[in-house]
Ligand binder design. Sequence first.
Ligand SMILES: Nc1nc2c(ncn2[C@@H]2O[C@H](COP(=O)(O)OP(=O)(O)OP(=O)(O)O)[C@@H](O)[C@H]2O)c(=O)[nH]1
Ligand SMILES: [Mg+2]
Length: 477
Amino acid sequence: MGRSVDLDDPFIAVLAPPPDETPVEKAAREKREAEARRVSDEIDEMLRQERAGMKKKRPVRVLLLGQSESGKSTTLKNFQLTYARKAWAEERSSWKAVVQLNLVRNVNTILDLLSREMGPLSPRSRSQSPDGDLGGDSVEAAFTEQHHLLKLRLGPLRRIQYDLEVRLGSGATEAVASSAPAAPFDDDAVPRQQEFYVRSSNGWKTALDKFRFLGRRDERGGKDYDCSGEVAEVLAGCREDVKALWGDAVVRDVLRRHKIRLEEASGFFLDDVDRIATREYEPSDDDVIRARLRTLGVQEYRFVFEIGRTAGHEWRMYDVGGARHCRAAWLPYFDDVDAVIFLAPVSAFDEKLAEDPRVNRLEDSYLLWKSVCRSKLLAKTQIILFLNKIDLLQKKLDSGVQVKDSVPSFGDRSNDTATVTKYFQQHFREIAKQNSPEPRPFFVHLTSVIDTKSTATTLSVVEEGILRDHLRRADLL
Ligand SMILES: Nc1nc2c(ncn2[C@@H]2O[C@H](COP(=O)(O)OP(=O)(O)OP(=O)(O)O)[C@@H](O)[C@H]2O)c(=O)[nH]1
Ligand SMILES: [Mg+2]
């Protein structure tokens, strides 16, 4: 992953020299490399001038766009993990509550399903009719006393979910259906909406700080109720039951019949119960990357990069809520950024939007992409497309899901990851070409942003490209 496929970009050509090039191709490549070196030297010189205080230092501004659950916040976390490790390390432990909530929610999803399937009666009374015949369908009959006991013993996790959700705030719950339009930020059609100009300068810290400072006295001398010890205690007590539930063949069968693929959903931690459901649990880097906390409104993050060419330089990243009702808030940020990173989760080609179950998620991404490309405010802004969740796409295709069943225009092409991503990519490229007010290069990366190693490679290419544009802009100001 993390592969760029735009060979027009000199930096990418440098990274991936063709293996069997002809003399003409070699000459062309060397020319491109020389150009890349020239640009690179130019950047160094500009940075040197900036450092020498000859130019006013502007922060680099990046806007992350895309539908809900496309991976925007996860990409932002990767930037932080790679370039601002100190801030990352300071924050890591406060993600604990989010990971715990994600895990507890997984368990409660299963328990809700079991409640519906098992009904209120005891297995014995339900599975045997008065004349001695087995009643209900085969799955009902398959439930045992053990399932009822598990349901009973895991009951306290409902209150734990409630406590954590209350504590973390509205970002902790997922989107619900609404009738908001797909992209209400058309430059021409919609006036700017003042009420959406909320700039939070501390982003997810608002939610996480509630856990960081628990137990300390507030300014009025009162103390916040600290539920973190109790959460860890209850989870540790439920560990074996959670494992038994998730490992149970009947439970897996019920999930399969309802087409619920928890392992592909946001914030999946059921395979890590042994590690997480303990009193001493501390999140790892990977846990933080995979933890799901929904973004609301627009959140601003300020990082001073510690490494890379921009070490010491401030980057401001704007992470937006991707659900339809959040999109009106995006527009004010369009005229203020050096680059946009647009995320499209291509694994979602057969899924529907949580906020509007009539809309296919890939269609929604195409629509959003079109609106972003045609925005006049962004006409001169670099837009980088991440075709994200390639790992999930691969898994889905391997399990036999046919793209043509959800995307009829895909036709009888081969149903493999390379063909499918190439097809989607061409569609995005065509939309950009048809709708951009001025011609613009098409930068695209195939990503799985939960894979921090490959994402770091992608980000280094992205960083260089953004920086180059940023410095050119600064020169023009
Ligand atoms: N398997 C896999 N999971 C991913 C990938 N990218 C993101 N995720 C997961 O998908 C979930 C949603 O990602 P987020 O980064 O929160 O999505 P978002 O775009 O910020 O969503 P909103 O805040 O609702 O707009 C998280 O649990 C991530 O861990 C990916 O490439 N592969
Ligand atoms: Mg987000």
